[in-house]
Design a protein around this ligand. Sequence first.
Ligand code: ADP
Ligand code: 5GP
Length: 193
Amino acid sequence: MESTKKGKLFIITGPSGVGKGTILEKFFHNNKNIIYSISQTTRNPRPGEVDGVNYFFVTREEFENSIKNNEFLEWAQYSDNYYGTNKKFVLKALSKGIDVLLEIETQGAQSIMAKFPDCISIFLTPPNLDELEKRLRGRNTEDEEAIQKRLNQVREELKLAKTYKYSIENDLVENALQKLQEIYNTEKNEKRF
Ligand code: ADP
Ligand code: 5GP
């Protein structure tokens, strides 16, 4: 087990379409002292997504080389693609005393929670499953097959909701954002011994 030593490590997770990206965009707009860890992924960029901003978009071969070279703090296969967190980037920021936030799916979240028991884990829940499906479809970024794959794992993901330190229901964006801000304000000042 590792300690995050200086900076604090925040994880936000939850099913696809619940609103993680929407809430975090606003959160990072308002909070400049915490950094977002940009993941590597093999999925194709969506319209408007920028390499090096939303993700580092890589080939499967590049991703598999990074696995072999032990470059990931965690990685997972999700809906036919690989996603991974760059180890060097995160550990360097933490060692400098900078707080880092990972937005990752639930397998990766469980693995980080096991490695970093003092991380601050937050699970974003939908108001209900119909609303989640409506949001995922309404985003209009995945084809039917990809939507089904994402929806198929929601029940399993929700089963783990209790294992996270905090759970936030994303009913209204402003409410969820306010709760996330309160958690961050409390946790960033929390002393560790
Ligand atoms: P995630 O990053 O968790 O996959 P997104 O942030 O992309 O989810 O949100 C999925 C869709 O749901 C987007 O179209 C977004 O505008 C919408 N959305 C997010 N939060 C809410 C909310 N509280 N109420 C209604 N729609 C929302
Ligand atoms: P999307 O394709 O919708 O951008 O992301 C799919 C899922 O992968 C989301 O739940 C997102 O949080 C997660 N994800 C993004 N980056 C990483 C990562 O580095 N590691 C893991 N395990 N999941 C990630």
